[in-house]
Design a binder for this molecule. Structure first.
Ligand code: ADP
Length: 254
């Protein structure tokens, strides 16, 4: 069912906790609000956080003759979302599967979800380069895939792992759309001074070395974290939100 999708973009990160799912979710919402027909597929089977981030954990997917029907959310319910989180009985259920079962699930997600016509499908992957990534790359080989967006924080330890992602993409022939540096600096809400809590410029330096575009730099914004799980998920609603502005610009370039 991927033949009805114009652009497929994978979101990868070397480490967990760098904001990969937040970026995937907000990018998908921004695309949807910019008028693109958008789907968001969460293949982080062991840590599916997309339903939580969007405040739609209580929703169920159901089967129709054409396959699974995704959950629709966002403004005017236009964003189509699929995640294993919708198939678990409770939030605390754990997916303890070996490779072949994970592979089968991802194949089902890619082949059996009735996505309708989409301009963009954003795929949120688990951190690292594991079974899930290899499966998704194999499944997408015959499909026109735009490539991968790599998310990192400015710390050297996160950048180090994202270098491995660059190598992985090059080895598996997945084009790199670009790098997003997240949690880069904190702007004090009182004095508006920006403090680089971790460090700065790492994403830019990595983009230069790897010869891939730096798509944008997103600051630490507690409002972004606070929106998670509230169902008021879109940062576009936040006043003076740099993250929203940067993602809107990214949408124009991908
Ligand atoms: P990952 O998918 O890489 O594991 P998440 O997207 O789940 O990371 O983000 C981890 C936590 O950090 C979440 O609580 C999220 O709300 C928060 N977070 C992510 N990016 C930002 C940001 N730019 N500013 C503030 N909080 C953020």
């Amino acid at each position: 069912m991927l033949d009805k999708i114009k652009h497929i973009i994978l979101v990868l990160s070397g480490k967990g906790g760098v904001g990969k799912s937040t970026v995937s979710t907000q990018l998908a919402l921004t695309l949807s609000e910019s008028g693109y027909r958008t789907g968001l597929l969460d293949i982080d089977l062991c840590g599916p956080s997309v339903p939580y981030l969007l405040g739609i954990e209580d929703k169920d997917v159901h089967q129709c003759d054409e396959g699974w029907v995704p959950v629709y959310t966002g403004v005017d319910k236009k964003l189509a979302v699929m995640s294993i989180g919708f198939l678990l009985k409770s939030r605390t259920d754990a997916v303890i599967w070996r490779g072949p079962k994970k592979t089968a699930m991802i194949r089902q997600f890619l082949n059996d979800v009735n996505w309708d016509e989409l301009d963009y499908l954003i795929i949120d992957t688990p951190p690292g380069t594991s079974d899930e990534h290899i499966t998704v790359m194999e499944c997408l080989k015959e499909t026109k895939t735009d490539g991968a967006i790599l998310v990192t924080t400015p710390q050297e330890i996160s950048l180090e792992d994202v270098r491995k992602e660059v190598t992985f993409c090059k080895k598996t022939g997945i084009p790199i759309v670009g790098i997003i540096e997240n949690m880069s600096g904190f702007v004090c809400p009182n004095c508006t001074e920006c403090t680089n809590i971790f460090s700065s410029g790492g994403g830019e330096a990595l983009a230069e070395i790897a010869k891939v575009p730096l798509l944008g730099v997103l600051p630490i914004d507690p409002r972004v974290g606070n929106l998670a799980g509230t169902g008021l998920a879109c940062i576009k609603e936040l006043p003076d939100c740099t993250t929203s502005k940067v993602l809107t610009n990214i949408v124009k370039t991908i």
